[in-house]
Design a protein around this ligand. Structure first.
Ligand SMILES: [Zn+2]
Length: 250
């Protein structure tokens, strides 16, 4: 929508479909808005157009408080930060025996406060960082139980720093005991075990199809979905994760 008349017509219609295509600034007020802004219309001769909110800001205009034209840019930036945090969590749990990053370190990596990070994460993923960490660890432990030579190795490789902590949460994570889980794994073919790899988790694939599809063990039957926490998040069934001192990590 490069044509200025088309843009002005979109503004006159307050056409939300044009949001994201451009913003308009009002020279008399120094404010820029989305095309759909509900504020009183400016006179055409006082309106100039910019392709992006960033361009309007660079030209010295400030965002309209009513329509918040920076909103999409902000949510895209937050989403990128959340994706990076998820990768940090998965990456740390992917290293044998590694501790998961704390909420503090995730927040400082994103250069925001703990409170802001927690809110941003929950808004983007629908779950808290702590719940994400729990489900990531659960995926990791299922993989390790099939791969490691002993249950104890699997527990430590998955980042549980004690057997007791793991066994307390095993029924929630596995839907069965670790030994039963491993026995089931042996029942399958070796190719089945090899295929029990978990792709890097993405917080927006929490649908049953999205999450269960990532685990192809056992090869001939699909485990009940409720054994795989991300499909049906149940906060009360999360494995215990150290609470942060201020309590924001949950
Ligand atoms: Zn506005």
């Amino acid at each position: 929508m490069a044509d200025l008349d088309d843009r002005w017509q979109a503004v006159l219609r307050r056409d939300a479909r044009a949001d994201g295509e451009f913003v308009y600034s009002v020279t008399t007020t120094g404010v820029y808005s989305r095309p759909s802004c509900a504020a009183r219309l400016a006179r055409r001769e006082n309106v100039i157009f910019f392709d992006t909110a960033a361009q309007a800001a660079a030209a010295g205009y400030r965002p309209c408080r009513r329509c918040d034209p920076d909103r999409s840019a902000t949510s895209a930036r937050n989403l990128a930060l959340v994706i990076r945090a998820c990768r940090d969590i998965d990456g740390a749990l992917g290293q044998d025996g590694a501790e998961a990053p704390s909420l503090d370190s995730l927040a400082s990596g994103a250069r925001v406060s703990r409170f802001h990070f927690h809110r941003m994460f929950k808004k983007a993923t629908g779950i808290t960082p702590r719940a994400y960490l729990s489900s990531s660890r659960a995926r990791r432990v299922r993989t390790e139980l099939l791969r490691a030579s002993t249950v104890t190795d699997a527990i430590y490789n998955a980042g549980f720093n004690s057997n007791g902590r793991f066994y307390a949460s095993a029924p929630d994570i596995l839907g069965m005991t670790p030994t039963q889980f491993r026995a089931g794994g042996r029942g399958g073919s070796s190719s089945g075990i090899a295929s029990a790899t978990v792709r890097p988790a993405s917080p927006w694939s929490r649908s049953p199809a999205g999450e269960c599809a990532t685990l192809s063990w056992p090869p001939t039957r699909t485990p009940p979905c409720e054994n795989f926490m991300p499909c049906s998040p149940k906060p009360s069934s999360s494995p215990p994760v150290a609470r942060s001192p201020s309590g924001h990590a949950g």
